[in-house]
Design a protein around this ligand. Structure first.
Ligand SMILES: NC(=O)c1ccc[n+]([C@@H]2O[C@H](COP(=O)([O-])OP(=O)(O)OC[C@H]3O[C@@H](n4cnc5c(N)ncnc54)[C@H](O)[C@@H]3O)[C@@H](O)[C@H]2O)c1
Ligand SMILES: [Zn+2]
Length: 384
């Protein structure tokens, strides 16, 4: 008995990778999801680096933790690896940082076949994608997202963006990556608040068109995802990436259904704008509350059963999300009129008409441009 108790169990076999294809014709690529993938990146990416040359653009904060295993894996596959670091904050997602990064890439003698890798969250992913789309008129790039938000949202779909003094993501390009490598294990170091912010986008996919996924999340699995339980997390990552991939494939350049991905974002962006982008409110936190507002508005307009709004509110409350603006940022002054005014400056507002994603119920979202301000103000008052 003693011997058996002392015997160390063999490592459980790694879960088989999940592959989510993004079939975009000549720009098709795969999203690969597997715990431990960072350590297998070399084998995965060697075929994509046609001259054996890779440059990693990495979030400086990941230098001690996530960069070494990635570099080692690439080097072990015989690739020549260089690294460029950036500070991953919104203030650095601009032209000044872009210029510094392009200079460093050119100083490293990047050529048109050099594979650029983005290691980090959405800030690094957006910067690397934009740099890849203009460096030497285009170099191949791969996303290795390390935040939950980036794993389910920003690394998939090929949108890149930079901030200017006029606002967020007002400059950018469509540039699809050659592959997305998602290692859920990289989230172990991510603060819980950032995990929750990413979860808001997962919930968004369920609310757009997947009621079964919502029911799965609402019956304990959402909490397991937030606790980074491997099986639940992998399922949520794969389901979210499949949702996003389907909308991107249907409408790569967002002239139609891709706009559904903005569920919760008309309200969410207004919340972020009024908060002043000062990090008191994370994007995902604003989107989570924005989704509640979109459902509240849909109920007010007689489109959605009140029970569905109650189910979404209960789910968010159980997971610890703020279900009122005053709880989200108690020290801020929230005025419905200021929030409404902020919507007029939103990118999605066109010819003075605000764009809302509304819902006929959980999993039945649609785009509307004909909503009066009166019910919108009533929603903002109700969720203050
Ligand atoms: N291109 C798109 O389609 C798209 C979609 C959604 C969001 N975005 C953009 O994404 C950005 C937000 O992305 P984000 O939320 O990933 O932010 P982020 O890249 O700023 O990362 C958030 C924080 O987490 C840290 N971090 C990253 N990985 C970590 C890890 N594994 N462990 C510990 N800390 C880690 C970062 O240093 C940073 O402090 C915004 O700029 C937004 O505009 C783009
Ligand atoms: Zn978002």
């Amino acid at each position: 008995m003693h011997c058996i108790a002392m015997m160390s169990l063999p490592d459980s076999p790694p879960a088989a990778p999940v592959t989510v294809p993004v079939p975009l014709g000549s720009r098709a690529y795969d999203i690969i999801i597997a715990p431990g993938l960072l350590r297998d990146a070399g084998r995965q990416l060697a075929p994509l680096a046609s001259t054996g040359r890779v440059i990693i653009l990495a979030d400086r904060a990941l230098q001690p933790t996530h960069l070494p295993p990635l570099r080692n894996s690439l080097a072990a596959a015989g690739l020549r690896v260089d690294t460029v670091l950036m500070n991953a904050t919104e203030e650095h997602k601009n032209f000044i940082s872009l210029q510094e990064i392009l200079d460093q890439l050119l100083d490293l003698k990047a050529d048109r076949k050099t594979l650029l890798l983005a290691l980090g969250g959405g800030v690094v992913g957006d910067m690397a994608g934009f740099a890849a789309s203009i460096l030497l008129r285009g170099v191949p790039f791969v996303q290795v997202p390390t935040t939950l938000l980036a794993q389910v949202d920003s690394s998939v779909g090929g949108k890149t963006g930079l901030n200017t003094r006029q606002g967020k993501n007002l400059v950018g390009s469509f540039c699809q990556p050659r592959r997305v490598l998602i290692d859920p294990g990289t989230l172990a170091t991510l603060p819980r608040r950032q995990v929750m912010a990413g979860y808001a986008e997962i919930l968004k996919y369920a609310l757009i068109d997947n009621r079964t996924f919502f029911e799965w999340l609402a019956t304990g699995n959402g909490a397991a995802v937030l606790d980074l339980a491997p099986q639940a997390l992998t399922h949520a990552l794969a389901t979210s990436c499949r949702s996003k991939a389907a909308l991107v494939v249907a409408d790569e350049h967002e002239t139609g259904v891709r706009a559904l991905l903005n569920l919760g974002h008309t309200f969410g962006h207004a919340i972020e704008a009024v908060a002043g982008y000062d990090n008191t409110v994370l994007h995902g936190e604003a989107v989570a509350l924005g989704c509640l507002m979109a459902f509240d508005l849909s109920v007010r307009l007689g489109l959605c059963p009140p029970d569905d709004l109650r189910a979404v509110t209960t789910h968010q409350a159980q997971l610890g999300f703020a279900t009122r603006l005053s709880a989200l940022a108690p020290h801020k002054h929230w005025s419905p009129a200021a929030l409404l005014a902020a919507m007029d400056h939103d990118k999605k507002t066109s010819a003075g008409r605000k764009m809302f994603v509304l819902a006929r119920g959980i999993g039945q979202a649609f785009v509307a441009r004909d909503v009066d301000d009166t019910p919108v103000l009533a929603t903002l008052e109700a969720l203050l």
